[in-house]
Write a protein that binds this ligand. Structure first.
Ligand code: SF4
Length: 278
């Protein structure tokens, strides 16, 4: 059986940057998991003694705190600064952008619509930058109808959302509001990995998508792979691979989410090779 990697996969710019920043701050703690990948977090712990604070209560007075790629709510950032912790911001610049837009547009009197998942850390952070109470998180256009939006509306999207879904929200807003300021805050890194996975899934008999099971980015990649290739599996590492998946298969496509390090991808490929060469 042949194994083929997607033409674009794995770590994006923001994650590479966050890991570089963390590695330069040994014995620090990250505020929330730095990225959605528990194996990489373990590597940082083992090799750099970088700990994990799940919330403000876990942060000790002298801790150097590295802010995760998805950012954190504004009030929590302020609390860390008030506690005089040394704060190292590894928030991805593509996440800082919607935070800044939400702050600016809400301060200018626009209602702000944030297209995304209200339970996702990135969106909790972005939402926290709204000034006043005129900001709303929506996941579909039907949710817009009940919102008390002003005639002036600004709209941003979670970085990992699909552009066509964002367009549906934007189109619905334009029909009902005099002024709609659209900020396309979806991240290109996500598209590149998604397009490559979609292309590979068309020719593959089986697709293996590697990434954190809680990573929205990886889940979407898996959903895209499943459209092109019915036998698509989402795994976190090589220990989850089942040899029976590869029976009678000719081509195995491999892709990985934006939080998946290359060393995990390589371990998975080695394991598949080992199982299929017997
Ligand atoms: S996927 Fe995009 S927004 Fe998210 S961390 Fe990577 S570069 Fe930043």
């Amino acid at each position: 059986m042949k194994i083929k990697l997607a033409s674009s996969y794995g770590f994006c710019y923001g994650v590479k940057r966050a890991i570089d920043i963390a590695e330069k701050h040994k014995e620090s703690v990250t505020y929330g998991p730095l990225i959605h990948n528990k194996d990489e977090i373990k590597r940082l712990k083992d090799n750099y003694d970088i700990g994990l604070a799940e919330g403000i209560d876990d942060v000790k007075p002298k801790d150097t705190v590295v802010i995760r790629t998805h950012g954190i709510p504004k009030n929590e950032l302020e609390m860390l600064k008030e506690q005089k912790n040394k704060v190292i911001d590894a928030t991805c610049p593509y996440v800082t952008k919607p935070q800044n837009i939400v702050q600016e547009m809400s301060s200018k009197g626009y209602s702000v619509v944030i297209f995304g998942d209200k339970n996702h850390p990135e969106i909790k952070g972005v939402f926290s930058y709204a000034e006043g109470t005129d900001a709303f998180i929506v996941l579909n256009k039907d949710e817009l109808q009940s919102l008390p939006l002003r005639s002036k509306v600004a709209v941003v999207a979670q970085t990992t959302r699909k552009p066509e879904d964002f367009l549906t929200i934007v189109n619905a807003l334009i029909l009902d509001h005099k002024e709609v300021r659209v900020f396309n805050t979806i991240c290109n890194a996500t598209f590149e990995n998604q397009d490559a996975a979609a292309d590979l899934a068309k020719e593959a008999d089986i697709m293996i998508v590697i990434g954190g099971k809680h990573s929205s980015n990886t889940k979407q990649l898996h959903s895209i792979a499943s459209h092109g290739c019915k036998e698509s599996y989402l795994i976190e590492n090589e220990s989850e691979i089942d040899a029976s998946w590869f029976e009678n298969k000719k081509l195995c496509g491999v892709s990985a989410g934006a939080s998946t390090p290359d060393w995990i991808v390589q371990n998975v490929i080695n394991k598949i090779q080992e199982l299929t060469s017997i």
